[in-house]
Each structure stands twice: as structure tokens, then as C-alpha cells.
Design a protein around this ligand. Structure first.
Ligand SMILES: NC(=O)c1ccc[n+]([C@@H]2O[C@H](COP(=O)([O-])OP(=O)(O)OC[C@H]3O[C@@H](n4cnc5c(N)ncnc54)[C@H](OP(=O)(O)O)[C@@H]3O)[C@@H](O)[C@H]2O)c1
Length: 251
């Protein structure tokens, strides 16, 4: 971790983004709406110059405890008034039917998409609770949380788990008059590596709705990652309830 944990100059905002190394996460870095923020990417490969990197394989439960320790150390030394965590890291693979796909990849999908959000969300709430600061926790969700996509069992179930965790944690924050607003944001169908994976590395037999995503790409209707990122940031300034699940296509 470089530089070491500490407070940003002058109490500037403290922002964590998981999965800031590519796609929507990278666009969130490029459209960050805060001046002077201390920005930390939690991912395996890292974002590069200008962004601190906490290396973590979030599909490995051992990493969750390390991230929690990091949250506690960095938040504990923070003297500013604004803290944000956008939990964006996610994976679509393996695409294919339950009972047919690779078991190790399937377990990793479940751990990253369904379990890590709850473990890391809990860790963030624990770290920011003692602060005299406004905190925002944003989780990336998807329309797949409530629609059946054959070939995406783990992904659909993972995003449904995100939605339910956010709804419940948001209600808890409201009941306790906590300092954190918890929301889930579905960004639409965004032109990232994840969509390339869906289009290019998937067989119709493993994913019968493939043509929908090929059509969206060929007709230029995929959302630009920068637009999705600006939409996600805009939710921080909107009057949405704690625990809300927001679809950018409906704003
Ligand atoms: N693209 C869409 O159409 C769409 C639609 C709805 C929701 N979403 C959601 O938006 C989020 C971002 O998706 P994206 O399209 O930007 O995907 P992406 O381009 O594939 O990027 C995924 C990011 O997650 C990180 N990641 C993946 N596995 C990880 C692991 N085991 N540990 C730590 N980080 C990991 C990757 O970083 P490293 O590889 O460096 O670890 C990368 O930065 C996901 O939660 C996705 O479900 C996307």
C-alpha cells in the first residue's frame, strides 16, 4: 500500500472504489466529483498513477478481513467530513448453466458477487460509524437481480443478494440514525470488458439471450462507461432513501 494510511490534506474526501482498474470502476476514477480526494482502488491489478492501490482478490474470503483492517486503519486516521465506498468489483464468468460450468469459477463468482458485498459493506459501516463524517456506501447492482437470464445463475443471485443487503442495511442505518447512506445502483448495459465477455466468449447454448446483447452493441445502444459513472456519482446528490435500489435508466 503506497502511500501509508493517513488523512488527506486538509481533511479532503476519502474515497474507495473496488474494481477501479477497468470498466465502470475506471470511469468512476476519471469522473470523480471531488477535488483533492484521497482515492484508493481495491482490485487485483490496480489503476495506475494517481490512485492508491490496495491489492486484493475479493473472491478470496481471506482478503475480506485484510480489507476490513485497512478500512479501520485508514478511517481511524481520517479527520475529514466525507467518506465514500463504491463497491463495484464484479464478475460475469462463468457463463453457462448451473450443473454444467466449471465449479471453481462458479464458486469464485458466488464469493465475489454475493458474499463479498455483505462482508465488505459490513466492514465499511463498522469503520465509518465512529466518524463525525457523512458516509456513502454505493453497491453496483443490475437488472439481473430481478430478471431471469439463463446462463447467469450465480450473477443473477449475486445481484439479488446485493439488493437485499442494501435494502436491509439501509433500513438499519435509518433506524439507528447512522451516518451512512447505503444505496444500490444499476447502471444499464455498459460498454465494458464484462459486456465483451458476454458477446464474444459465450455460446448461445450457454446463454440463450446472447442476441439481445449483440444487438445492443451493434446498434450503438450500450451506455458509455463515463456516462454510467457520472450517473452513479449523481446518486450521491439525489434525494433517495437509505436502502434504495436505483436504476439509472429510470432517473
Ligand atoms: N457492464 C455492464 O453492462 C453492467 C451492467 C450492470 C451491472 N454491472 C456491474 O458493474 C460492475 C463493474 O462492471 P464492469 O462492466 O465495469 O466490469 P469489468 O470491466 O469486467 O471490470 C470489473 C472490475 O472488477 C474487478 N474485479 C473482478 N474480479 C475481482 C476480484 N476477484 N477481486 C477484486 N476485484 C475484481 C476488476 O479488477 P481486477 O481484474 O484488477 O481485479 C475490474 O476492475 C460489476 O459489479 C457489474 O456486475 C455492469
Amino acid at each position: 500500500m503506497d502511500p501509508p494510511a493517513g488523512t488527506g490534506p486538509g481533511g479532503d474526501p476519502l474515497v474507495w472504489i473496488s474494481g477501479a482498474s477497468s470498466g465502470i470502476g475506471r470511469a468512476l476514477v476519471e469522473t470523480l466529483p471531488f477535488d483533492g480526494a484521497r482515492l484508493i482502488d481495491i482490485s487485483r491489478s490496480g489503476r495506475g498513477p494517481g490512485v492508491e492501490h490496495l491489492p486484493a482478490d475479493l473472491a478470496d474470503p481471506a482478503a475480506w478481513a485484510a480489507v476490513e483492517e485497512h478500512f479501520l486503519a485508514v478511517a481511524g486516521a481520517f479527520g475529514g467530513d466525507r467518506v465514500v465506498f463504491v463497491h463495484n468489483a464484479g464478475v460475469i464468468e462463468p457463463v453457462g448453466y448451473a450443473g454444467e460450468v466449471d465449479s471453481d469459477a462458479y464458486r469464485r463468482n458466488i464469493l465475489l458477487n454475493a458474499a463479498a458485498p455483505a462482508a465488505l459493506g459490513h466492514a465499511f459501516l463498522r469503520a465509518v460509524a465512529p466518524l463525525d463524517a457523512r458516509a456513502d456506501l454505493v453497491m453496483l447492482t443490475s437488472g439481473a437481480a430481478s430478471s431471469v437470464y439463463e446462463g447467469w445463475t450465480a450473477y443473477c443471485a449475486g445481484k439479488a443478494a446485493v439488493d437485499m443487503w442494501v435494502r436491509t442495511a439501509g433500513a438499519e442505518q435509518a433506524s439507528r440514525h447512522g451516518n451512512c447512506r447505503v444505496v444500490a445502483v444499476a447502471p444499464g448495459v455498459v460498454d465494458t470488458g464484462m459486456q465483451r465477455t458476454v458477446r464474444e466468449r459465450v455460446d448461445r447454448r450457454d446463454f440463450p439471450r446472447l442476441d439481445k446483447f449483440v444487438d445492443l452493441h451493434e446498434s450503438g445502444r450500450l451506455v458509455d462507461p463515463a456516462d454510467a459513472a457520472r450517473g452513479i456519482w449523481s446518486v450521491l446528490d439525489r434525494d433517495v432513501a437509505n436502502g434504495a435500489v436505483v436504476d439509472l435508466r429510470e432517473l
